[in-house]
Design a protein around this ligand. Structure first.
Ligand SMILES: NC(=O)c1ccc[n+]([C@@H]2O[C@H](COP(=O)([O-])OP(=O)(O)OC[C@H]3O[C@@H](n4cnc5c(N)ncnc54)[C@H](O)[C@@H]3O)[C@@H](O)[C@H]2O)c1
Length: 292
């Protein structure tokens, strides 16, 4: 897909972070935007800011991606306003940490509900609309490097993101088998400097447990890593460039993939995964800003 002028781009989780950065990037190309987010005030404000800043046509739709009806309402609102959908970015996501055994049922359901069911509802609702139109279109699913590798204390998040990678690969292959003009891509960023953990904690249904021993260091590693991550605008540039090159894998930094490469080597060579030197990893990251 080369041109984005007047294209209709729907972004879930578009009120903040990576989603909002992608919206800005597509607006700069002349696209028309639909921002869908569960944060009602946030999505309206984001749409107003985006329209004022870029002059783009922007529609805000309050959406809970974990609910099929809500995603169907999003599709209806998009078609009512713009008549078509060219790009869907299933980007809404949350992340909470805990050991796999202490993660509450409510936290498992919360994580899989937003991160996996959100993408499933997006694909089930929008792909038939795109296929019926029969023109070039793109579905981008935001997974994570945690969908290609694994981190202690992020079992639910990793499970959800591995699922997104798997379902997006299947989607891509099915569309290729049918020689469809609709394409799929999966975005797998490493650390990106957003408020994902605090945003997720506000919506989290349970308090989580106290992490035992060195597991607490992995939680610290994730939080400090996010603070020291790349800016969301860099990810937006990568996505736009990837769509222009008809890419499936949108993986920001080649070095980030090293951990996943190690995982493949372990599988091939029959070695077991090892947790690695967490103290050394932490030493490379900025300190967390802690309240006084
Ligand atoms: N920040 C990172 O380091 C990082 C790394 C890899 C992948 N990701 C993924 O990128 C995506 C965006 O994350 P971010 O870092 O920009 O976080 P963010 O918290 O800044 O933005 C996520 C947005 O999704 C919205 N959202 C949450 N639940 C929703 C729901 N049920 N329905 C609709 N909207 C909902 C939030 O309100 C928020 O506006 C997520 O899928 C996340 O897993 C983030």
């Amino acid at each position: 897909m080369q041109e984005f002028e007047n294209k209709v781009v729907v972004i879930t989780g578009g009120a903040a972070g990576i989603g909002f950065a992608m919206a800005k990037r597509f607006a700069a190309e002349g696209a028309r935007l639909v921002l869908a987010d569960i944060n009602e005030d946030g999505v309206r404000q984001a749409a107003d800011d985006l329209a004022a800043e870029t002059g783009a046509e922007v529609l805000a739709v309050v959406t809970d991606v974990s609910k099929a009806e809500s995603v169907q309402d999003l599709a209806r609102a998009t078609l009512d306003r713009f008549g078509a959908v060219d790009v869907l970015i299933n980007n809404a996501g949350i992340g909470v940490s805990d050991s796999t055994w202490d993660t509450s049922i409510a936290d498992w359901e919360f994580t899989l509900g937003v991160n996996v069911w959100g993408v499933i509802h997006g694909v089930r609702t929008f792909v038939p609309i795109m296929r019926e139109r029969g023109e070039e279109a793109y579905v981008v699913n935001t997974a994570s490097l945690a969908g290609l590798g694994t981190v202690p204390t992020l079992g639910a998040y990793c499970a959800s993101k591995h699922a997104v990678v798997g379902l997006t690969e299947a989607l891509h292959l099915e569309l290729r088998v049918l020689e469809s003009p609709v394409r799929a891509a999966v975005l797998c960023p490493s650390f990106v400097n957003t408020a994902i953990f605090s945003n997720s904690e506000k919506m989290r249904p349970s308090a989580g447990s106290d992490l035992e021993g060195n597991l607490a260091l992995y939680d610290e590693f994730m939080k400090r890593g996010i603070g020291g991550g790349v800016e969301p605008g860099e990810i937006a540039d990568l996505v736009l460039d990837g769509l222009r090159k008809n890419r499936f894998w949108l993986v920001p930094v080649a070095e980030d993939f090293a951990q996943s490469q190690t995982r493949v080597d372990e599988i091939v060579e029959g070695r077991n995964p090892e947790p690695g030197p967490i103290d050394e990893l932490l030493a490379q990251l900025p300190e967390l800003e802690r309240p006084e």
